[in-house]
Design a protein around this ligand. Structure first.
Ligand code: NAD
Length: 507
């Protein structure tokens, strides 16, 4: 094992596991290419872990979990605060790493690191969050109280689209609560997690409390099948989330599996249309639409639809798409395959009869000709049986569906198989209130396009957007990474002696 990221000197750079705070020096049977999506060049090759390696790491993590979980909260807290300072100091560097493998603009990448940092700050308050209840004299001379204890070894499996923030939805809370964590980042942009894990090492986290294992389905299956892994947090597409949930729960594990989305934004006639147009563009095209909370459908009420579309188009025409490290508005798509999939949907939408108002395939793009670029794309008159409506495109493609009013809009949202974020734009408080109560979604925005909850609330969708009982971070996150124990206690007291075979009753 080595303390530093291996530099072979040759390109592409080798990206490998970080186990016991050391980079793995073994030879991987399989690797996957990592690209800079702005140039199309392969910049790295990431080692893919075998089942055997994952099992070895789980065994190491188990030992570390026992010691870390038994350590005082004060000592664990010292590591948490040191990590918070280091992450804050290194956030620009981490943002640049994200841009180089994911493609999003540096300011957007910095935004995701900052949102991750907020979860770290939340986790720094873990002593308060781990306080159980206490009741004196539940029966004569008997007290009762509850403890929240760590689970042991837990796994985190993350998607490509937030290579730093999504891991940080889970890792800081799991660690603060006294667990050992094995994280398997997306193989498409694996370097940010390595850089962050190095900061945990520098913060004084004991070896093996956080291990980074890179890989694909083989590593995921190994984590889901190893009985010593007690819980797994997964984020990714819906089919894989469902698979992870089913396989993990069949093996007796606690699973939270966050899936895909199709987020609707309903615009009522009384909305501030300037605000709504800004929101549709920011929510639809931020991070090139590669966000699970992206606005992908605008439900425009008939009477204001033409006006709203005109305002959206005017804004879209000002956006520059190109190399995310150069100050453009929108970066490239993560891979060539993802880009081709998106352009395929644009062709299918036009073919199906939707009005292609702005075609993002055309460019021009402010970046190298081999970059995986698609510009912002806008469809009007989209029908609900078209693939651009039914499928999660995960790219900069915004569909406008015209609706007669509130009831039709809400009906469409509630009929959708996904339920991540749902948004309404209106100045009518009564309509907004009815929306927040009746909408079938886990996160609701009222005149806010991307309602990602703060760290001390919990993030998660309904329906096919989440499998499992717990949402991410906030108190639900703490609950997910701990288990409770209730103690009923009496200290020796002669008055309590005597046989009593009936079910315990309090007196
Ligand atoms: P993905 O499902 O392809 O991959 C997610 C993870 O699963 C990765 O770590 C990957 O290595 C692993 N994986 C891939 N194929 C697998 C298989 N066959 N068996 C086991 N594991 C496998 O998702 P992605 O493309 O990286 O991310 C985009 C998706 O994630 C979108 O659908 C998006 O909506 C969703 N997402 C959801 C949320 C949320 O909070 N609900 C947040 C971010 C992203």
């Amino acid at each position: 094992m080595s303390h530093h990221e291996p530099t072979s000197g040759a390109t592409p750079r080798r990206i490998t596991h970080l186990i016991g705070h050391e980079y793995w020096t073994g030879t991987a049977a399989r690797t996957a290419p990592v690209y800079n999506p702005a140039t199309g060049a392969q910049t790295g090759a990431v080692d893919l872990a075998s089942k055997e390696l994952v099992d070895e790491v789980v065994a190491r993590s188990q030992k570390a979990a026992a010691a870390w979980g038994a350590m005082s909260m004060t000592r664990r807290g010292t590591v948490m605060f040191a990590f918070r300072e280091l992450l804050n100091a290194h956030k620009e560097r981490i943002a640049e790493i994200i841009t180089s493998e994911h493609g999003k603009t540096v300011s957007d990448a910095l935004g995701e690191v900052t949102r991750g940092l907020e979860v770290v700050e939340f986790a720094c308050g873990i002593p308060h969050l781990l306080k159980g209840g206490h009741s004196e004299s539940v029966s004569t001379n008997v007290d009762s109280y509850s403890l929240l204890q760590p689970l042991g070894v837990v796994g985190v499996i993350s998607p490509f689209n937030f290579p730093a923030m999504v891991p940080m939805w889970f890792v800081p809370i799991a660690i603060a609560a006294g667990n050992a964590v094995i994280i398997k980042p997306s193989e498409k942009d694996p370097s940010a997690v390595n850089a962050i894990a190095e900061l945990w090492r520098e913060a004084g986290l004991p070896a093996d409390v956080l291990n980074v294992v890179h890989g694909d389905k083989e590593a995921v299956d190994a984590l889901l099948d190893n009985p010593a892994v007690k819980a797994v947090s997964f984020v990714g597409s819906t089919p894989i989330a469902r698979y992870v949930y089913e396989r993990g729960t069949a093996n007796g594990k606690r699973i939270q599996a966050l899936g895909g989305a199709k987020n609707h934004m309903l615009v009522l006639p009384d909305a501030d249309l300037e605000l709504a147009a800004d929101a549709a563009v920011n929510g639809g095209f931020g991070s090139a639409g590669e966000r699970c909370m992206a606005v992908s459908v605008v439900l425009a009420t008939d009477s204001i639809a033409d006006q709203l579309i005109e305002k959206i188009v005017a804004r879209v025409r000002t956006l520059r798409t190109g190399d995310g490290s150069t100050g453009v508005d929108m970066g490239p798509i993560v891979t060539r395959q993802a880009r081709d999939r998106i352009t395929g949907y644009i062709a299918a939408g036009a073919q199906a009869g939707a009005t292609l108002v702005v075609d993002g395939r055309e460019g021009p793009f402010d970046g190298p000709s081999d970059g995986y670029f698609v510009g912002p794309t806008l469809f009007d008159n989209v029908a609900t049986d078209m693939s651009i409506y039914t499928d999660e495109i995960f790219g900069p493609v915004l569909s406008v569906v015209r609706v007669s009013g509130f009831d039709e809009g809400l009906g469409l949202i509630n009929a959708n198989p996904y339920g991540n974020g749902s948004v309404i734009f209106t100045n009518d408080g009564g309509a907004a209130r009815k929306f927040e109560i009746e909408v079938q979604a886990g996160m609701v925005g009222i005149n806010v396009p991307v309602p990602v909850p703060m760290a001390y609330y919990s993030f998660g969708g309904w329906k096919n957007s989440l499998f499992g009982d717990s949402h991410a971070h906030g108190t639900e996150g703490v609950h997910f990474f701990t288990r409770s124990k209730t103690v009923t206690r009496r200290w020796p007291d002669p008055s309590a002696r005597g046989l009593q075979l009936g079910f315990p009753q309090n007196h």
